[in-house]
Ligand binder design. Structure first.
Ligand code: ATP
Ligand code: MG
Length: 269
């Protein structure tokens, strides 16, 4: 708000967090690895980061050593707990855990009026406390993933180059398009992130050129590609981010580069 062109002091409040959902309806495409390590890279860049585990497999919560019992993101969405009860710490990162109960909670969430807006409504209460919020989606386009697309400003689609992950990409893009038209006009595709990329494998190259030649999505492949790195797999098993487990690894290098690419895309230093 301004008076005679002069900004009022209360306009100087902290900017709202940018919310990214990491989404792909296919399983095992690198969603959790990306949420975890992109979040950790932003935290290394001294940003305040919140991670949300929307998956009943709870891989993100496990990878951060966070308990995934009650309360969890489902209770938060149904407004039955407060933020202070559901937020955990891992290093400087804040985490809201998932739960295997999320499948049961889905029934309750589906019968709520405005069911697509529940996560957005919950995040609005803490959006001023963070610079970035990253959401890890389950491998489906059900009500949790839709909630994440409604709450987010941006979405990132990770896909592995070594399998047929690109099949079905149009499905996510179509759903995201509908969400943008009907529920969240702000929603933008940040890009498609190639994971486990190895230029030595012919098939990987073929997949990349196939996508690049697609006029609709070809320009949306992020410049940073996350290379194959066993440290990324091992670090989660030890409940650590790649920056804790192997700070000099290719994985750490790639996720730091991705964080910087994303900041640059939106004109941030
Ligand atoms: N660049 C990489 N190099 C080696 N392994 C990787 C890499 N990226 C991810 N992985 C491994 O691939 C597997 C799948 O990754 P991840 O769990 O992140 O996928 P996901 O999309 O979250 O899966 P789901 O759909 O089941 O939630 C994991 O074992 C992970 O450690
Ligand atoms: Mg996952």
């Amino acid at each position: 708000m301004s008076f005679n062109g002069v900004s009022q002091p209360f306009n100087l409040q902290a900017p709202m967090a940018k919310i990214y959902t990491i989404i792909n309806n296919k399983g095992g495409t690198g969603k959790t690895t990306t949420t975890l390590n992109l979040g950790a890279a932003m935290a290394r860049l001294k940003k305040k980061v919140l991670l949300i585990d929307l998956d009943s497999q709870c891989n993100l919560s496990s990878a951060l050593g966070v308990p995934h019992s009650e309360p969890h993101v489902g209770s938060l969405m149904l407004n039955s707990v407060g933020w202070d009860e559901v937020m955990h710490d891992h290093d400087s990162i804040k985490v809201v855990p998932g739960s295997d109960k999320l499948l049961e909670y889905e029934v309750m969430i589906n019968s709520e009026p405005g069911r697509e807006y529940l996560l957005k409504e919950a995040l609005e209460k803490v959006q001023n406390d963070f610079d970035y919020i990253f959401i890890d989606c389950p491998p489906s386009l059900g009500i949790y993933s839709i909630n994440s697309l409604v709450a987010a400003d941006h979405f990132i689609v990770p896909m592995q180059t070594e399998n047929f992950a690109f099949i079905g990409l149009d499905k996510i893009l179509t759903v995201a398009d509908k969400v943008k038209k009907r529920l969240n006009p702000q929603l933008e595709l940040t890009g498609i992130l190639l994971i486990r990329y190895t230029s030595r494998i012919k098939f990987g190259q073929a997949v990349v050129s196939n996508i690049e030649s697609n006029t609709q999505i070809g320009k949306k492949i992020l410049r940073t590609k996350v290379r194959q790195d066993i440290n990324l797999m091992e670090s989660s098993a030890f409940s650590q981010t790649i920056f804790e487990y192997a700070p000099k690894s290719r994985g750490a290098e790639d996720f730091m580069q991705l964080a910087k690419e994303i900041r640059k895309l939106y004109g941030e230093k």
